[in-house]
Design a protein around this ligand. Structure first.
Ligand SMILES: Cc1ncc(COP(=O)(O)O)c(C=O)c1O
Length: 447
């Protein structure tokens, strides 16, 4: 049965508590209700078309209603929709685990499934913690994170997060962590020497705390929700070298940057880095279904082997861990990477995007444009020379995305950083229109 839009708006206001949303203001706005999708477009109830400029929260890779993914889902439905991985198995998860291990950075041979990015991170944190206990080095139980970090919303993930607006309120509930500076060159006091200074500080912390450090967690190459903060070239490889030297595990959170976003299948590949634990979610199903995976090396996995009564077991698992529908679609998504030569097609799109973004740089309120692959952050400022931010209550980022919506694109800002993160399948023409729309929305939103 179809429902009319007015009824849905009423029920939405009455019953739905939207994530990361101040409901007081939201309930006064006319909500956008999406009724269908096709390729890089989403359509609302009135049939208005919107370019999905943030891949439905950084997840969609190959477009909406992609026939191969739809068919993989239906085919799996005809077998079984759900069966657990706790103590038993099913073909889709087995095949996807093997496939992920074959494309992941070298050494990541074991796959622990869960169902979203935050759980992928929780799993990595708990594995890292227990790894050292199982090895008889239980004093190694702390974590080092970068400031500005975002790794999800569950309490473990929030503990290793560093965004005051999201995380500060929960401080009494969080475990204590160590923090290293994130190389946010645009706002770094050391600007020209940002990489070296940030690495020096990170290394000092690792050197003085390695005996109590279980792991360092970071998003490789680009900190996404932090505000699209790219790491200077060479940074990641040095972090890997430091963590190895001091015997600290490296957790790479590729929930946002994985699956082609930065131009390579995994961001770690840019610097030939293999972490000890790798967190994947979002794009793992091409943006279709909730599924996640935490990959581990054989060495990490090996520390959990033992007789039952030794209690080295990893006591963790979710009801929908490795759900067959998600796993089947995940396999089909990886097939599309091969069949469409997705990665091979990216450099031309990335170059086009770089060129189009350069055209926005002169705008008086565009402070910084940061890009890695098809991930972009455009930081808007009140004053370009001093880099002074707009007042919070002006809600500049929000104004820009409202303008973009009127122009036909769905965007979502991170404060006053406008994010562009289109599906990988976007064509050059569609990419051109996304840039045109965004630029015009920035003009309107900063007036
Ligand atoms: C780097 C990173 N890690 C973890 C998460 C959490 O993922 P989820 O929202 O699926 O829990 C996100 C979500 O944006 C993310 O960007």
């Amino acid at each position: 049965m179809d429902y009319d839009r007015d009824t849905l708006v009423t029920w939405d206001r009455e019953h739905v508590w939207h994530p990361f949303t101040q409901m007081q203001g939201f309930r006064e706005e006319d909500p956008l209700i999406i009724s269908r999708g096709e390729g890089v477009y989403l359509y609302d109830f009135q049939g208005r078309r919107y370019l999905d400029g943030v891949s439905s929260l950084w997840a969609n890779l190959h477009g909406h209603r992609r026939p191969e993914l739809d068919q993989a889902l239906v085919a799996q439905l005809s077998q079984v929709a759900h069966s657990t991985l706790l103590g038993i198995a099913h073909p889709a998860a087995i095949r996807l685990a093997r496939r992920l291990a074959s494309i992941a950075p070298a050494g990541l041979n074991k796959v622990f499934f869960s169902d979203n990015g935050s759980t992928a991170v929780e799993v990595a944190l708990k594995i890292a913690f227990q790894f050292w206990r199982n090895r008889g080095q239980g004093e190694k139980q702390r974590f080092l994170k970068l400031n500005n970090a975002y790794h999800g919303d569950t309490l473990g993930a929030v503990s290793v997060g560093g965004i005051p607006l999201f995380h500060e309120i929960y401080r009494p509930l969080l475990f204590d962590t160590l923090e290293a500076p994130s190389p946010y060159c645009y706002r770094c006091p050391h600007r020209d020497d940002c990489r070296e200074q940030c690495l020096m500080s990170l290394e000092e912390t690792v050197a003085s705390h390695h005996q109590e450090l279980a792991a360092l967690i970071l998003e490789p190459v680009m900190q996404g929700a932090a505000g699209m903060i790219p790491q200077p070239p060479g940074y990641l490889a040095r972090v890997r070298e430091i963590t190895r030297r001091y015997d600290v595990l490296l957790i790479a959170d590729e929930v946002a940057v994985g699956f082609g976003r930065t131009g390579r299948m995994f961001a770690c590949e840019h610097e030939g880095v293999s972490p000890d634990l790798l967190c994947l979610a979002k794009g793992i199903t091409g943006g279709y279904l909730p599924l996640a995976a935490t990959l581990a090396t054989d060495e990490v996995y090996g520390a959990f082997l033992g007789k039952f009564e030794e209690f080295k077991t990893f006591f963790h698992g979710h009801t929908y861990t490795g759900n067959p529908l998600g796993a089947a679609v995940g396999l089909a998504s990886l097939d599309i990477f091969v069949q469409d030569r997705v990665l091979q097609g990216l450099p031309a799109k990335i170059e086009l995007l770089t060129a189009r973004l350069a055209g926005m740089a002169a705008h008086p309120h565009v402070g910084d444009i940061r890009q890695r692959g098809l991930m972009v952050g455009i930081e808007l400022v009140a004053d370009k020379a001093s880099r002074e931010a707009f007042p919070l209550e002006r809600r500049t980022g929000h104004r820009v995305i409202q303008a973009a919506r009127q122009l036909g694109a769905i965007l979502r800002p991170l404060g006053d950083v406008i994010v562009l993160l289109p599906p990988l399948c976007i064509t050059p023409e569609e990419l051109g229109s996304l840039c045109d729309l965004t630029f015009e929305a920035i003009r309107r939103g900063t007036e």
